[in-house]
Ligand binder design. Structure first.
Ligand code: IPD
Ligand code: CA
Ligand code: CA
Length: 266
């Protein structure tokens, strides 16, 4: 049986999925605002977030919330971390690769995770200590023995272009060893794909906590590892993330570390 808090998170994600799917089928012009360099928010990001918060608040009025579009809402020692639409650029172009990401932390520790892909109706869930699932089927990270010949995922630093040179150096060093590299455009879904063994490894510079929180627990519960660029545990605060099974993770870290700039080493 699912944990009751996971059940509520799933309900919130599915309702948000309905909001997003309805918008796609309606096909009318979206209201879009700019938040920064290549960083956009549509009315659907906001509607999705409002839907999620309403469901969570109704069930748990005392819980705190950190949500991408509305920021911090104070509460008790439980905190929901929400990305209401991960992959907004894809969504704005009708490119069907985006997701909803909801995680629950208790006193700073990740406890519950949901990543939902409304296009394919794929629901990725995890509860700490109870494994990771895709639509009720248990999932595991891949068992690749090294980074040679793997399928690697990444995100381009399109909002943080100051890191482009360092990123391209890492990309080249990795590209020469792996089978191929994918940039699909929704970090939360990329991490869920790692948990499901569809991608063997992943790295990205400068993510936000809401992009990663649910995916991190999914991967840990699927037998994978998540670190920052130093191999430490500061990925949620630095936004610099490397993931994979233990052998893949080691290979990615060894390959990218010679290319870290001072800023990325922190
Ligand atoms: C973005 C996506 C993308 C990643 C960016 C994120 P958003 O989130 O996850 O894959 O490369 O860094 O900001 O803005 O679409 O929620
Ligand atoms: Ca995001
Ligand atoms: Ca988002």
């Amino acid at each position: 049986m699912q944990h009751p808090m996971l059940n509520i998170a799933v309900r919130a994600a599915r309702q948000a999925g309905t909001v997003i799917e309805r918008a796609i089928n309606r096909g009318h012009t979206l209201r879009v605002d700019s938040k920064g360099n290549n960083d956009f928010v549509t009315e659907i990001d906001q509607q999705s977030e409002a839907t999620i918060i309403e469901v969570l608040h109704k069930a748990y009025p005392d819980h705190a919330i950190l949500a991408e579009e509305s920021g911090l809402h104070d509460g008790n020692e439980y905190q929901w971390v929400i990305d209401p639409l991960d992959g907004t650029t894809n969504f704005m172009h009708g490119y069907p690769q985006f997701s909803i990401s909801i995680a629950l932390k208790h006193r700073g520790q990740l406890e519950q995770a949901v990543v939902y892909d409304p296009t394919r109706q794929e629901l990725f869930t995890a509860t700490r200590g109870a494994g990771a699932f895709l639509n009720d089927r248990r999932i595991r990270v891949s068992n690749a023995a090294s980074i040679n010949g793997i399928l690697l995922g990444t995100g381009f630093p399109f909002k943080k272009q100051q890191h482009l040179d360092a990123y391209l150096n890492m990309f080249k060093a990795l590209f020469l060893q792996v089978a191929d590299i994918r940039r699909a455009g929704s970090a939360a879904l990329d991490l869920a794909y790692i948990a499901a063994g569809r991608l063997d490894g992943f790295w990205e510079i400068g993510l936000q906590e809401w992009d990663m929180a649910a995916g991190v627990l999914l991967i840990q519960e699927a037998g994978g590892l998540v670190t920052d660029f130093n191999g430490g545990g500061d990925h949620l605060s630095t936004g610099n993330i490397v993931v994979g099974n233990p052998k893949v993770l080691r290979g990615i870290l060894q390959t990218i570390q010679p290319h870290l700039t001072e800023k990325l080493r922190k």
